[in-house]
Design a protein around this ligand. Structure first.
Ligand code: MTE
Length: 324
């Protein structure tokens, strides 16, 4: 049953628009949290809302990240996803809608930090100035989208916990609750949980973005509710979904796909995974990509077109594995 809650503070539905400066977001988020916590009945209704009728989020478009590529229609994005926790195909949306319970959701930030933190995702969101950024997403499988994400840079999360100087990497982890994901139960050979990592320099780069919304609303389950990563200069598999833990660590984390590559004794997926048209995947070329909603083939761009912002992170490193 779909229970609709309409509040006076809910803003009008929209596609991403440049002049979207709306109402006071903090009071909106406080209202969301209050609604969720106030009564068990509303809490249940909110669970249904989060899956089918996501609450709207107000955020200011950051014009710095405007790109001249047409936005992928939301309907396309909602029905074509990679989320192995719900199956190893693209049509996982129904399973994710039904099974994933994105609220209440605790996020842990720990490891080599001054102030470890465990926080409810809505309390975390309430601490942040949300912005909207139009980013390209380039999957390693050679398809691409352009998505109006809403969120905040990872650096803002790190500011809350004050990393220690010996922290060298940020390790991130997706939930691994078998009861919430049929793909985990059915594909027990995969190295769950889905883990990914970034160097501290990458994590502090302003492009590295934690996503809590898309298309003006809370992020949909199949896109990684309630909080996911998007690092647009890397292949999409680096941008893990439905994150429960951020840990500051000394050793380089081994990602989900890298672990699979190690176990399979091949070098299909590495740690860096920076987009590069000249370095093919072991089984296909990366020279071009297919724009998902038009089917058009276009040339792939080095660093997915974000070289100006990130190339300096890798200057002097000549290792081919930067691009796998
Ligand atoms: N995160 C988790 N936890 N599980 C996954 O299977 N797939 C990745 C990434 N994040 C994946 C994940 C891959 S391969 C891609 S291309 C993007 O999510 C796709 O994001 P989208 O479905 O929102 O387009």
């Amino acid at each position: 049953m779909l229970i609709k809650i309409k509040k006076s503070w809910q803003i009008a539905e929209r596609d991403a628009t440049p002049e979207n400066i709306y109402m006071n977001r903090r009071s909106l988020l406080k209202n969301i949290a209050a609604t969720t916590l106030a009564t068990p009945f509303i809490g249940m209704a909110h669970g249904a809302l989060a899956q089918q009728e996501r609450l709207q989020l107000a955020a200011i478009r950051n014009e710095k990240y405007k790109i001249n590529r047409e936005m992928t229609p939301e309907e396309e994005n909602l029905k074509y996803n990679n989320f192995y926790e719900y199956g190893s195909h693209k049509k996982i949306s129904k399973a994710a809608q039904k099974q994933l319970k994105p609220r209440a959701w605790q996020v842990v930030i720990d490891g080599l930090v001054q102030k470890p933190l465990t926080i409810d995702v809505d309390d975390l969101i309430a601490k942040m100035d949300l912005e909207e950024r139009l980013y390209r997403l380039r999957c390693v499988e050679a398809w691409s989208m352009t998505v109006p994400w809403i969120g905040f840079p990872i650096s803002k999360l790190l500011d809350l916990v004050e990393p220690l100087s010996d922290a060298k990497f940020l390790r991130m982890e997706t939930f691994s609750d078998r009861d919430m994901a049929s793909g985990i139960r059915q594909q027990s050979w995969y190295p769950w949980p889905y883990v990914e990592g970034l160097t501290m320099a990458e994590a502090y780069n302003d492009l590295a973005f934690l996503v809590v919304g898309a298309y003006g609303k809370q992020v949909a389950n199949q896109m990684g509710a309630p909080i996911r990563l998007h690092v647009p200069w890397k292949y999409g598999f680096k941008s893990l979904k439905s994150i429960v833990r951020f840990s500051l660590v000394k050793e380089r984390p081994i990602g989900f796909w890298e672990e699979i590559s190690i176990q399979g004794n091949n070098s299909e997926y590495g740690f860096w995974a920076n987009v590069n048209p000249e370095v093919p995947h072991r089984r296909w070329s990366q020279a071009t990509e297919r724009i998902l909603h038009t089917g058009e083939r276009v040339p792939t761009m080095l660093f997915n077109g974000y070289g100006e912002e990130v190339a300096h992170l890798y200057s002097g490193i000549k290792d081919q594995s930067l691009y796998t």
